[in-house]
Design a protein around this ligand. Structure first.
Ligand code: GLN
Length: 231
């Protein structure tokens, strides 16, 4: 175990609503990320104070040392590795496009010409959408929250949203009014992040705790709790 963290309290930034990774249920923050960080903290003997800030805001809070770490379905990317240190990956993810469930016009990227799509500010989905925007002739509007993105697609302000596929799949399974029509685009796996060269004990404790949760079955239980198909 890492003795550098025992008894300490760390401030952890997260997204607002990014189900099943973080969301509110009866006012309480819950989800895979929340269960993971709390279980790791318990295993490693430290405390966490969670701040539900929004994705881009959480990254900015980390950069300005207002939080010690971020767990927010945050993809490990080469660009981010320049400024943050990441834990071992804990979940495989990537990008997908979704449209309104009632939309029969948008069947692929080539149907996006002249249209507006939405993506989350500072996210991998935004980077991906922008990377193909010129090729397919669409405009990308960036929004801070998943809920706002989904609403804008359902209300017709945008024709599509680019977001992480596990999150889209979870929402669609709960009949959130969207559907996917294109293939998944592989992206970075999720990792817990600290500022580069800082909070090394916290990062080591996260990795140590994650390994323990994987070894004793707790990690699988947490994933099953949110992702297992209903019996
Ligand atoms: N995984 C994506 C990223 O890191 C989106 C994260 C999020 O929206 N919370 O960019």
């Amino acid at each position: 175990t890492d003795d550098g963290v025992e008894g300490k309290t760390f401030v952890i930034g997260t997204d607002t609503t990014f189900a099943p990774f973080e969301f509110r249920e009866g006012g309480e923050l819950t989800g895979i990320d929340m269960d993971l960080i709390r279980a790791i903290a318990e295993t490693e003997g430290f405390d966490v104070e969670i701040r539900s800030l929004g994705f881009n805001a959480a990254l900015q809070a980390l950069s300005s040392n207002q939080v010690d770490g971020v767990i927010a379905g945050m993809s490990i990317t080469d660009e981010r590795k320049q400024v943050y240190d990441f834990s071992d990956p804990y979940f495989e993810s990537g990008i997908q496009m979704a449209v309104a469930a009632t939309d029969n016009d948008i069947k692929g990227y080539e149907d996006l010409a002249g249209k507006t799509v939405v993506a989350k500010t500072g996210s991998e989905g935004e980077t991906y959408a922008k990377s193909i925007a010129d090729q397919y002739g669409f405009t990308v509007t960036s929004l801070d929250q998943s809920a706002t993105m989904y609403e804008s697609v359902k209300s017709g302000n945008a024709v599509a949203v680019f977001d992480d596929y596990p999150v889209l799949a979870y929402g669609i399974a709960q009949n959130n009014g969207l559907k996917t029509v294109t293939e998944k685009v592989p992206g970075g796996s999720y990792g817990f992040a600290v500022n580069k060269g800082q909070n090394t004990a916290l990062l080591a404790a996260f990795n140590d705790g994650l390994a323990k949760l994987k070894a004793d079955g707790s990690y699988d239980k947490i994933l099953d709790k949110y992702l297992a198909a209903p019996a």
